[in-house]
Design a protein around this ligand. Structure first.
Ligand SMILES: Nc1nc2c(c(=O)[nH]1)N[C@H]1C(S)=C(S)[C@@H](COP(=O)(O)O)O[C@H]1N2
Ligand SMILES: [Mo]
Length: 512
């Protein structure tokens, strides 16, 4: 618990509005003095532990998890208003979501909203490591420095000036590397990070058309290019991130090689034709197409050209992919590889897991398929038997190809068998990559990148079978619903006469 007796004196320590028009922004990276004060304030204090949700079932509430600990961090340093304002933004911009974590806000898109090629801004998932800054467009400024020929400060007006920078519009799928993490958790619990590694299902992914300027053009035209020492571009966001008793601004990086090669590393201010919503990084964010969501820094106000990757904890200490033998006792920041390009993956959105499907020998399935790194989805295959027999989705049943976006798919799957069946999906991309077969094949301590074949269990009732059709009719004529599946039938399906006839024809015991 927070020792409130010690907090009032800290209330004025850090400004809620560090620059005029920049609410909810506090500069930490350029202020080691402030970082030191926070370190001292947090030292030795006890905070509410994070909720345990890996060894126990997830609550069915919405919000699912409550970030008490993170609210208390902000309270102790006198920044409680960041917590409150962030929740107000959620109410305004993201009312209709699965709120996985209330603060820092993590919101998952509901299944029905994943079935559109472009995800509506109000339904696109959100992953935050801190609060949501509220920065005036007119007051906003982007600073670029480090190993560039010329350090610059650019207003949003400068960036939007087409006589200075050519603009691009790109359809991009942003996927959190935690998508489908819940499947890893259900098999083997893993990293319980201080900032809760959200138990995402299939909805930490979304697709939008982003408008902005390619970063490489800005580096070229505004900064006169980068210096030979520049190998990485670091992006710093205006939000506040606590990690192990220290405070930071969110910082990540992407290699210069990626930025140079690609029009698709954008500084974006528009999402699906609308100004970038605050919760998605407005007024300006980076969009690193093809990479894990974490690199697409929101509220980016500073870019540094560096010789090495960012030392920000998100880049250095998180989003690492370990072997399945590396766990709590032996993981180091250097012995996992840094996840950048997203691998190929897919999900079945309908039918829902653990549902009953009454059908005529064909079940309709729908879902998404995506591959990062500029690879595109070539083929989606679905299996009705856990992965032995595979049926390919027909080309007409896939949405159009993009270099950096998902394809939605649908298929009419022939299904003869009844009872519990395991359906799964696997996708092949343009580089002939496909998905590991089982979660266990790709389980990793940080629970990232669940890219194994997505599996669901469906209870099949095939009414093209005469016996099944008759029984369903018998139920209907009595007004008895089939569901819920686990409720026993209210009447016997066989009368005594039929039973005895059958028994006499096929005796239970051998005759001799
Ligand atoms: N400044 C900042 N940028 C950020 C984050 C953040 O917490 N702060 N989260 C990252 C992560 S982990 C993901 S998956 C994406 C999510 O983008 P979205 O919230 O717009 O969907 O933003 C990334 N950019
Ligand atoms: Mo993420």
């Amino acid at each position: 618990m927070v020792d409130t007796a010690n907090t009032p004196s800290t209330l004025q320590l850090f400004p809620y509005e560090d620059r005029p028009g920049w609410k909810g922004y506090v500069e930490w990276e350029a202020r080691p003095d402030r970082k030191e004060i926070v370190r001292e304030l947090l030292k030795g204090k006890e905070f509410t532990p994070d909720p345990e949700f890996q060894f126990v079932p997830l609550p069915t509430t919405n919000p699912v998890l409550i970030g008490d600990r993170w609210k208390e961090y902000h309270e102790v340093v006198g920044l409680r208003s960041i917590v409150d304002v962030s929740w107000e933004v959620v109410q305004k911009e993201k009312a209709d979501m699965i709120h996985l974590l209330d603060f820092p806000y993590n919101g998952e898109t509901k299944r029905e909203h994943l079935l559109e090629k472009l995800t509506d801004n109000k339904h696109h998932f959100v992953r935050n490591h801190g609060g949501v800054p509220d920065i005036d467009e007119d007051a906003f400024e982007l600073e670029i420095g480090g190993f560039v020929h010329r350090s610059v400060k650019l207003s949003l007006k400068d960036l939007k000036d087409e006589t200075k920078f050519p603009q691009s519009e790109v359809t991009v799928t942003i996927q959190c590397s935690g998508t489908r993490r819940i499947e890893q958790i259900q098999q083997y619990p893993g990293e319980g990070d201080d900032l809760i590694n959200a138990p995402w299902g299939e909805g930490a992914i979304g697709t939008a058309v982003y408008r902005g300027v390619p970063l490489k053009k800005v580096l070229k035209h505004a900064c006169g290019g980068v210096l030979p020492e520049c190998e990485h571009l670091e992006f710093i966001g205006a939000d506040t991130y606590f990690k192990k008793g220290e405070v930071y601004n969110y910082a990540v990086s992407a290699p210069w090689r990626k930025v140079r090669a690609s029009e698709e590393v954008l500084l974006a201010w528009e999402m699906n034709g609308e100004p970038l919503p605050k919760i998605h990084g407005g007024p300006l964010r980076v969009v690193v197409a093809g990479y894990i969501g974490a690199r697409s820094c929101k509220w980016v106000y500073k870019i540094n050209a560096l010789a090495e990757p960012s030392m920000g904890p998100v880049q250095q200490q998180e989003y690492l992919y370990y072997t399945s033998q590396i766990g709590k006792q032996n993981h180091k920041f250097s012995n996992g590889f840094s996840i950048q390009d997203m691998p190929v993956s897919s999900a079945i959105l309908y039918p829902l897991d653990k549902t009953v499907v009454i059908h005529d020998g064909v079940i309709n399935l729908r879902g998404w398929a995506y591959s990062g790194g500029g690879c595109w989805v070539e083929r989606v295959e679905v299996s009705p038997d856990g992965g032995h027999v595979w049926y390919a989705v027909q080309p007409d049943d896939l949405t159009e190809k993009h270099y950096y976006a998902w394809r939605l798919w649908k298929i009419e799957l022939p299904v003869d068998a009844e009872g519990w069946l395991e359906f799964c999906v696997r996708t092949w991309d343009s580089h002939c990559n496909t998905e590991p077969t089982f979660v266990r094949s790709a389980w990793n301590w940080d629970l990232h990148v669940t890219s194994s074949c997505h599996r669901i269990k469906v209870y099949s009732v095939n009414k093209s079978k005469p016996a099944t059709a008759q029984r369903l009719q018998a139920l209907e004529s009595r007004g008895i619903p089939f569901m819920p599946l686990t409720k026993p039938l209210e009447f016997p399906l066989e009368d005594t006469q039929d039973y005895l006839a059958s028994l006499r024809k096929y005796p239970r015991e051998p005759k001799n």
